[in-house]
Ligand binder design. Structure first.
Ligand SMILES: Nc1ncnc2c1ncn2[C@@H]1O[C@H](COP(=O)(O)OP(=O)(O)OP(=O)(O)O)[C@@H](O)[C@H]1O
Length: 494
């Protein structure tokens, strides 16, 4: 049997809607269609239906619709913020009710959606609103979709990483972070520090924006033309589409860190980290302190080396590989054996012979060195407009020299990615990267800050909070890429 559009029907029957009889159909394309006095209606199950419940003789379809200027419209077109909406149908017999439930359940089950999610909520991220977002938005949507939830509030820094390292991953179909990018990065590092990292890192990951920096979720939603709202992020997770994500390994001696978002040294790192002293200003702190930094502009001596992606070979001068080899064995004290053994089985970074690649180099001074894995660094910062999730490259945004006014204009273009067109910016893609960070040119007693995914990776002498311990030292480090190693929930199949 077919409907008027020629789609085959799974089930078609008379039901009551608001007490009126109407034919209700479910097609093999997943369209649920009915008519009321207001005209023809339809829901695309894949995009708009989260689940359903039964109340007496009624089926309540739990759906989402787009809310634009306070008006509800179909969510299948895309582009608007999503809101929950129920649709009530009353089949005319128990047999019909039973058949409808069976067909709807079978159709939803065929979509491969996650059924069990582990959720981190960071009550301290951003405006400290993650718990409210969880209870107001995340939980109701996941309950509508009949997803089993296990929730863990993060209690301290690196708590999420600790939990992920020890978690039984067979119990979950995905890990969700109601937080900023910081918790997502902890989760990635936790997965890669496991002995079973190879399988563990395939666990689909999602974020619901609740931090200061929500660059990853902004990047995934924006790639599908969707706004960066908590409800859109949760619905994307419920729909269960996935995409691959490059993972960068930062290596210095025996110390490793895995990054999925960005790496900064110079202007961007200084603004990001030093503006923390103005945290009370909210996100305005970045603009306020950014202006201050541009007026008293710093330049840093140093050197970068990189393997350009195809098409970007003209940047810099040829050089030989001068980086760090991945550590395998180092001297082990007897007491350290257990720890080292576990470390040896964890992910060691991509297996590439860096010595045989065509390296290029650029000498300082530099104003800003910024590497990006995905387009958005935060909800208002399109740092790398050409960045792709899984191309095996990092986008390098480099400023060596620039007049202050030019820099101001350039920073105001960050919201739409226009800054990369400036003649003062070099914008290229690299496959591997080495940073040799130096001192400020006008004050060689002071170094800079190395920022990884919004956290301090290393601090030079005389920098903001330079007495605080950091994972790495302010010295040479290397970055290599593993193409598509991690998996993200994303709004559309990629
Ligand atoms: N209970 C807690 N108390 C203090 N810090 C925490 C807690 N839970 C997690 N953290 C830390 O909070 C940091 C920020 O996490 P999150 O990803 O939510 O937000 P962000 O946008 O990256 O950062 P922020 O909003 O702090 O600028 C992470 O480094 C994490 O380790």
């Amino acid at each position: 049997m077919e409907n008027q559009q020629g789609d085959s029907l799974i089930i078609s029957d008379q039901v009551k809607v608001n007490g009126n009889l109407t034919p209700l159909t479910l097609t093999t394309e997943g369209k649920l269609q009915w008519t009321t006095e207001k005209g023809q209606h339809s829901l695309t199950v894949e995009k708009e239906v989260l689940g359903f419940t039964i109340q007496g003789s009624k089926i309540i379809i739990k759906a989402v619709t787009e809310k634009r200027d306070g008006i509800f419209c179909s969510a299948s077109a895309g582009g608007g913020a999503l809101a929950r909406k129920d649709f009530v149908f009353e089949p005319l017999s128990d047999e019909s009710l039973h058949l409808w439930c069976q067909h709807l359940r079978d159709y939803i089950n065929s979509l491969g959606r996650p059924k069990r999610l582990f959720i981190f909520v960071n009550p301290f991220g951003g405006k400290k609103s993650a718990l409210k977002i969880y209870f107001d938005v995340v939980k109701p949507l996941l309950e509508d979709a009949d997803v089993q939830i296990t929730v863990q509030e993060t209690k301290y820094q690196l708590h999420a990483k600790e939990v992920v390292r020890a978690m039984d991953l067979t119990k979950y179909d995905g890990i969700v972070c109601v937080s900023g990018d910081g918790i997502l990065v902890e989760v990635v590092n936790g997965l890669l520090e496991r002995e079973d990292w190879n399988a563990a890192i395939k666990m689909p990951l999602g974020t619901v924006p609740a931090g200061t920096g929500n660059g990853m979720v902004k990047s995934t939603l924006d790639s599908a033309g969707e706004p960066c709202t908590a409800s859109n992020a949760v619905v994307a997770i419920i729909r269960g589409h996935k995409c691959s994500l490059d993972v960068a390994t930062i290596l210095q001696g025996d110390t490793k860190f895995f990054s999925v978002l960005m790496f900064a040294w110079g202007l961007v790192a200084d603004i990001d980290i030093e503006s923390e002293k103005y945290r009370w200003m909210g996100s305005a702190r970045l603009d306020f302190y950014g202006l201050q930094r541009m007026l008293c502009l710093r330049q840093y001596s140093g050197r970068i080396s990189f393997v350009p992606a195809p098409g970007f070979e003209a940047y810099g001068e040829p050089t030989r590989y001068n980086g760090e080899f991945t550590s395998t064995q180092s001297s082990i004290n007897p007491g350290q054996e257990q720890h080292v053994k576990a470390e040896q089985y964890s992910y060691q970074g991509p297996d590439v012979d860096l010595t045989n690649l065509e390296w290029r180099t650029i000498n300082g001074p530099f104003i800003s060195v910024w590497l990006h894995n995905v387009p958005w660094g935060g909800e208002g910062t399109m740092a790398a407009p050409d960045a792709k999730f899984a191309d095996g490259n990092l986008d390098l945004i480099l400023i060596k020299d620039c007049p202050k006014l030019g820099l101001l204009a350039l920073m105001t273009n960050l919201s739409d990615g226009g800054h990369v067109k400036s003649p003062h910016v070099m914008y290229l893609k690299v496959k591997a990267f080495i940073l040799e960070p130096g001192q400020r040119t006008k004050d060689p007693t002071r170094g800079g800050i190395i920022d990884i995914d919004g956290e301090v990776l290393a601090r030079g002498n005389g920098t903001y909070k330079h007495d605080q311990k950091t994972l790495m030292t302010y010295d040479k480090l290397q970055i290599t890429m593993d193409q598509g190693l991690a998996t993200l929930f994303c709004p559309v199949q990629q």
